[in-house]
Write a protein that binds this ligand. Structure first.
Ligand SMILES: C[S@@+](CC[C@H](N)C(=O)[O-])C[C@H]1O[C@@H](n2cnc3c(N)ncnc32)[C@H](O)[C@@H]1O
Length: 275
């Protein structure tokens, strides 16, 4: 049964018919994350309890109470039902992640990209993941493509989980983690590919990514959230920064997801060569 229908059946007596119910939730390990409209938020506990009954994999239910904020991208969720221990193991395409989705971001909309990016990577490559969090891109690449990976993370809480996830997935022989600001703490002139999975002012980190890249060139995957009409000027900015660093660039744009009204999450696949 569809979730919306299930809620209507469970809570029909409590919820006025006029209220628009959520169509689904984002499941991270045993934690269901819900976004409720303002009229529904007064029923969050009842909806949480009903959601626990919907799927036996769900042990905790949380609702969004604000935007994701700060450099470390702290999400704002409130637990409304179930187990208060929200540190969980999320499994995706045979990769396991220990994560607390109430404290760290694990985007449902990036799932396809996490799974498909390793298919672009050859096993002989050296890849640097500049904004690793718990290893969302880096561990998929190390495990599925077999490439050598360095993952950099600035948040100590995410870094600890990243180190654990490297062990958990058995990729410690070809993946390592560096703690700190990726603009400062990074390998130099060595990577075949750099992943920039960060959504705020990402282009400002491009000089650091170019520093990490092999002087022979390679690929950079730069994620950004911008209005659709600004993609061309964003590509021009990328080309200018790359050119100033001595590279020729070809920029391919792919849409990842709708982000917010008028704003789209894109990934810019930048192929860098030298003259
Ligand atoms: C929103 S998460 C994205 C994780 C993953 N790359 C993805 O796209 O799903 C961004 C991560 O970058 C980290 N971060 C932000 N600024 C950083 C910096 N200057 N150096 C290293 N990590 C940074 C944050 O702490 C956070 O864990």
């Amino acid at each position: 049964m569809q979730y919306k229908e299930f809620l209507r059946r469970e809570l029909g007596e409590v919820l006025p018919d006029t209220l628009l119910l959520p169509r689904g939730f984002h499941l991270v390990g045993h934690v269901a994350l819900l976004t409720l409209n303002s009229e529904l938020s007064q029923f969050d506990k009842q909806i949480g309890e009903a959601t626990l009954k919907y799927d036996s994999k769900i042990y905790s239910v949380a609702v969004r109470v604000g935007p994701t904020v700060g450099i470390i991208r702290r999400p704002a969720y409130k637990l409304v039902a179930g187990d208060t221990d929200t540190l969980t193991t999320h499994v995706e395409n045979e990769v396991s992640f220990r994560i607390d989705p109430l404290r760290l971001t694990f985007s449902g909309g990036n799932r396809k990209e996490r799974i498909s990016l390793p298919r672009m990577v050859q096993s002989h490559e050296y890849v640097v993941d500049m904004f690793a969090c718990v290893g969302q891109f880096g561990i998929h690449i190390a495990k599925q493509a077999g490439a050598r990976v360095t993952a950099i993370e600035i948040n100590p809480e995410a870094f600890k989980l990243l180190e654990g996830n490297i062990q958990l997935n058995g990729v410690q022989n070809h993946m390592n983690a560096l703690f700190g600001d990726c603009r400062v703490v990074h390998p130099v002139n060595s990577a075949d590919r750099v992943v920039m999975g960060y959504l705020h002012d990402t282009v400002e980190f491009l000089p650091a990514a170019l520093d990490i890249l092999s002087s022979n060139g390679g690929w950079i995957h730069l994620h950004a959230t911008i209005p659709e009409k600004e993609t061309k000027s964003y590509c021009n900015t990328i080309s200018t920064i790359s050119h100033d660093d001595g590279y020729l660039s070809a920029v391919h744009v792919r849409k990842i997801k709708h982000y917010s009204p008028g704003i789209v999450h894109y990934v810019f696949d930048i192929e860098l060569t030298i003259e």
